[in-house]
Design a protein around this ligand. Sequence first.
Ligand SMILES: CCCCC/C=C\C/C=C\C/C=C\C/C=C\CCCC(=O)SCCNC(=O)CCNC(=O)[C@H](O)C(C)(C)COP(=O)(O)OP(=O)(O)OC[C@H]1O[C@@H](n2cnc3c(N)ncnc32)[C@H](O)[C@@H]1OP(=O)(O)O
Length: 219
Amino acid sequence: MMPDLVTPQESGDENRLTALALLAQQVRDLVDAVVLTDVGEEELKAVTAEVGALTDRLLTARRPSPLPHEIGPDGRFRNLGNAVTGGCNPHALPLVMDRTAEEGSRAEIAFRPVHEGPPASVHGGVSAMILDHMLGDAVAVSGRAGVTGTLTIKYRRPVPYGEPLVARSAVSRAEGRKTWVQGTIASPEGTTLVEATGLFITPSRWLNGDGPVEGSVNA
Ligand SMILES: CCCCC/C=C\C/C=C\C/C=C\C/C=C\CCCC(=O)SCCNC(=O)CCNC(=O)[C@H](O)C(C)(C)COP(=O)(O)OP(=O)(O)OC[C@H]1O[C@@H](n2cnc3c(N)ncnc32)[C@H](O)[C@@H]1OP(=O)(O)O
């Protein structure tokens, strides 16, 4: 049972969600500024106090969990709280998916200095996170649904930040509750930087109506 995934909570008023998305973007900018700031100790302490006060203000009203998986007003699936795509989650890049049933999923990515692992390039775990999501999205686009069983990553070239890149994913094969899927992160010119393959599995618990969104699971 996954109460946070399956409980049909409302995200709330759309104007409020727009305001929350703007706050999330402002916080992304704040995080980038923390990574790159070179101001002195006293200024750091002053900013820390101000940010702490803002955190306290936000928590005067608190949800039990992030914004849910749901069908939005346009009739499409959305998850505004998602760690990779959620417009209302500062942790999200956020990725915006371009999907077709024939070709799978595609997203333009711009990594930032906050994603640095090795000098001047993106942390391998961040690339893996993006590809995990891309693969899962292609599974959903194919009309199936699943969680990651295995994820295999081949790092072929360092991934730069501060440059536009493209992530793609598509289903290769499906059988019963299992879906095999592949994906890449590449330069706009088509040089592959990272490859991923994965096996996604529709959990048995989703087949009796406990899916993330009612009616979204067709194993
Ligand atoms: C945010 C994701 C929500 C998904 C939303 C879905 C739809 C909504 C629409 C759109 C969504 C859009 C995008 C989604 C994008 C991204 C997704 C992100 C993906 C993740 O980030 S997700 C987190 C990490 N992931 C986990 O948290 C999994 C934890 N785990 C389990 O929940 C269970 O472990 C489970 C379900 C895997 C199996 O449990 P189960 O009880 O259903 O099945 P059972 O054990 O009976 O196995 C049946 C057959 O699969 C084989 N098998 C089992 N496990 C395997 C494994 N790991 N590797 C290889 N084979 C495996 C067995 O060997 C057997 O094979 P056989 O039939 O041949 O014997």
